[in-house]
Structure formats: structure tokens, C-alpha cells
Design a protein around this ligand. Structure first.
Ligand SMILES: Cc1cc2nc3c(=O)[nH]c(=O)nc-3n(C[C@H](O)[C@H](O)[C@H](O)COP(=O)(O)O)c2cc1C
Length: 369
């Protein structure tokens, strides 16, 4: 039998299969609170071995897009309870992705029109936030110039992550995933091209640029237990204006080495396809796999065939699917039975109604000719 459909013990949490639903922002949380439609959306997808929720901001400062849910206020925790209950009722498992966008934000989203917070004052050129335009209407806006967090403020942001982790557990999640990928705040500290600080959290040394992410991991683990904590990373990422930098591969491998001793639920790499496409990318992924001694999840343009290949080659333990999960709520079952997949409609990825959200149907076997 294919490994993809065999169970997996994720730090004591039994998963029915090795298929993960990747975190996907759907921007349907008016007032930042998940509602019953969100609960239905996730419940429909509970056949995944593990669901990782869409990114949920840890604080008001951490928001970068309108209509994304939060995990810092009581009403948000109440909203998420409906979601976790619905998923558990369907025998699913769900982690909450906790998120601070850093510089990928806009002054109209920040308290009193403040500049977004980052590791440095470098703007993410050519990168959009979903905020308000000059007429006060929701619109895609160039991310504003950020300000560098003062060294005294950093501990507060670390605590925001820890509190969000505790809130997620209070909301009934099985664990949390720290969003350290895709050019957001944590990566803004790791990347030497963005992090131009000259204090203990930046500068030339790998150790100082990894200080923030490691403090976040330790603080969340101290609050909820390391076995309930996963982290998502995007090594060699170039989206959202993240430049190449010296000792880049060494930086990521050092992080993999240091995370190995943290006894986490997993490390999740979001950009497998992009890494593979980079020079010696496959070798780098293999090195990462050898260096990180725990459960590894890979995501990025997976098909069933590629997923099985990578599991067979022991490149990963679990495989995450993103876009296919938008339009195939029963993806695991479809893959297992080799049923055809429905293509997602990109125009309804973000925002709007239940159209393109909860109206994708499960495969109808009786309709087969
Ligand atoms: C609509 C959409 C929203 C996404 N939102 C998030 C997010 O909130 N957090 C995250 O880490 N990745 C996010 N991603 C990236 C996905 O988790 C995944 O890594 C990516 O889509 C590649 O997997 P795929 O090729 O199977 O879609 C998003 C992707 C899409 C298409």
C-alpha cells in the first residue's frame, strides 16, 4: 500500500494518513472572527490526516490583509472553537497557524496609522498588502515602509506568539504551527538582506539572525509543550522581496540543526518546488532532511505521484497539499481512489461569499459513466 494513506504518529497525535491540508488564507473573516461557514469549510476537509488552518494574526500589529482571522482576542477564540469542534466531530485533526506579517502590511491596518514593524526599515518592494485605499475602500496596496522594532520591544512580540499559542489550545486546536515562512516577520529576521540590524538580533552572524525565531519557538513551547508546536519555513525563498544573501544555505541548515533538539511536532517546508528548481536544490533538501532529526512536512506543487515518490525516497514524513484542497474537500479519498480532481477557481481564493469556499462538492461515484 502507498505510504501516503498509512497512519502516522505525530508526537502522540494519531493521523489517519500522511496528507496535510496546507495553511491557506481565504480572507472571509469579516471582523477577524471565524464563523460557522469557516467551521463548515474545515469540517468538509477533515479527511486530511492533519489540517493546518489559514494564517491567524497574533496581534493587531501582526495583520497584513483585511478579513484574515486573529487569535489574540476573546471573540476570535470563541469563533475558532466552532471550527475545532466541527473538525473533531468529523474525526479530523487541526493545528492553528500563528502569524505576524511584519513589513507586509499597510499603515491603514495598523493602530493609529503606525508604520508596520519589521527587523529593519527596508520596504518590501513590489509587494502588496490588502488594506484600504485613498477612498477608504478595501484594495491591494503597496506594503508601507516599516520601522525596525526596538530591541526592548522584541520580547513583547515573542510573548504575543506565546499568548497566541495558548489561545489556540484554549480554542481546541490540537497544536499550532508558527508561520516562519513566505517572507513574513520571522523570515525578515532570518534573511541577512533584510535584517540589517547591528544588535543581538541581527548583523552578520547566523546566530544573531536566528535568535528571534528560536526565542519564539522556545516561548510557545514553554506555554503549550513542544510536542504541540510545528514551524513552517521557506528556505531560499524569493517571494515578497526576499533577497539571496551570504551563507544562506548554512543559515537554514544551522536552523534545522538547532530545531532538532527542540522536540517539536514537526518542521514544514512550504516551497519544495521552488527549492528543487534552484541550483543543487534537491541536494539542499536532502541535506535539510538529514540535518533536521524530527518529522518533516513538505509542500509545494504536489501531485499524488510526486508525493509517493518523496515518501518512498524518505525525503519527508508528511506531504501537504494547498490549492488542490480548495476545490477538492475530499482530496485524500480522491487521491486514494484515483478519482479525478476539480480545478480551483483562482478568482474566489480570497474574500467574497461561500462561492468557491464551501460549495465545492465531494466526488460523486454514481455519476461515473
Ligand atoms: C489561496 C492561498 C492562500 C495561502 N495562504 C497561506 C497561509 O496563510 N499561510 C501559509 O503558510 N501559506 C499559505 N499559502 C501557501 C500554501 O500553504 C502552499 O504552500 C502553496 O499553495 C503551495 O502548495 P500547492 O502547490 O499544493 O498549492 C497559500 C496559498 C494559497 C493558494
Amino acid at each position: 500500500m502507498s505510504q501516503l494513506f498509512s497512519g502516522y504518529d505525530l508526537a502522540g497525535l494519531q493521523l489517519d494518513n500522511r496528507i496535510v491540508m496546507a495553511p491557506m488564507t481565504r480572507s472571509r473573516a469579516v471582523n477577524t472572527v471565524p464563523d460557522s461557514e469557516t467551521a463548515l469549510y474545515y469540517q468538509q476537509r477533515a479527511g486530511a490526516g492533519l489540517i493546518v488552518s489559514e494564517g491567524s494574526q497574533i496581534s493587531r500589529q501582526g495583520v497584513g490583509y483585511l478579513f484574515t482571522p486573529g487569535i489574540h482576542a476573546p471573540e476570535q477564540i470563541e469563533g475558532w472553537k466552532k471550527v475545532t469542534q466541527a473538525v473533531h466531530d468529523a474525526n479530523g485533526r487541526i493545528f492553528c497557524q500563528i502569524w505576524h506579517v511584519g513589513r507586509i502590511s499597510h499603515v491603514t491596518l495598523q493602530e493609529d496609522g503606525a508604520a508596520p514593524a519589521s527587523s529593519s526599515a527596508k520596504t518590501a518592494e513590489g509587494t502588496l498588502s490588502f488594506a484600504y485605499n485613498q477612498e477608504g475602500k478595501p484594495d491591494y496596496m503597496q506594503a508601507s515602509q516599516p520601522r525596525a522594532l526596538d530591541i526592548e520591544e522584541i520580547a513583547g512580540v515573542v510573548q504575543d506568539f506565546a499568548r497566541a499559542g495558548a489561545n489556540a489550545i484554549a480554542a481546541g486546536f490540537d497544536g499550532i504551527e508558527i508561520h516562519g515562512a513566505n517572507g513574513y516577520l520571522i523570515e525578515q529576521f532570518i534573511n541577512a538582506g533584510v535584517n540589517t540590524r547591528d544588535d543581538a538580533y541581527g548583523g552578520a552572524t547566523i546566530e544573531s539572525r536566528l535568535r528571534f525565531v528560536l526565542e519564539v519557538v522556545d516561548a510557545v513551547a514553554a506555554k503549550i509543550g513542544s510536542q504541540r508546536v510545528g514551524i513552517r519555513l521557506a528556505p531560499l525563498n524569493r517571494i515578497f522581496d526576499m533577497p539571496a544573501f551570504e551563507q544562506e544555505r548554512e543559515t537554514w541548515l544551522e536552523l534545522a540543526r538547532l530545531l532538532s533538539s527542540k522536540n517539536l511536532a514537526y518542521v514544514h517546508i512550504s516551497n519544495r518546488a521552488a527549492i528543487i528548481a534552484s541550483p543543487n536544490g534537491r541536494a539542499f533538501l536532502e541535506q535539510f532532511r538529514q540535518t533536521y532529526k524530527g518529522t518533516l512536512v513538505l509542500a509545494g506543487e504536489y501531485t499524488k505521484e510526486q508525493a509517493e515518490q518523496d515518501l518512498d525516497a524518505n525525503l519527508a514524513d508528511l506531504i501537504a497539499f494547498g490549492r488542490p484542497y480548495i476545490s477538492n474537500p475530499d482530496l485524500a479519498e480522491r487521491l486514494q481512489n484515483d478519482w479525478p480532481l476539480t480545478e480551483p477557481d483562482r478568482s474566489t481564493f480570497y474574500g467574497g461569499t461561500n462561492v468557491g469556499y464551501t460549495d465545492y462538492v465531494t466526488y460523486d461515484v454514481t455519476a461515473e459513466s
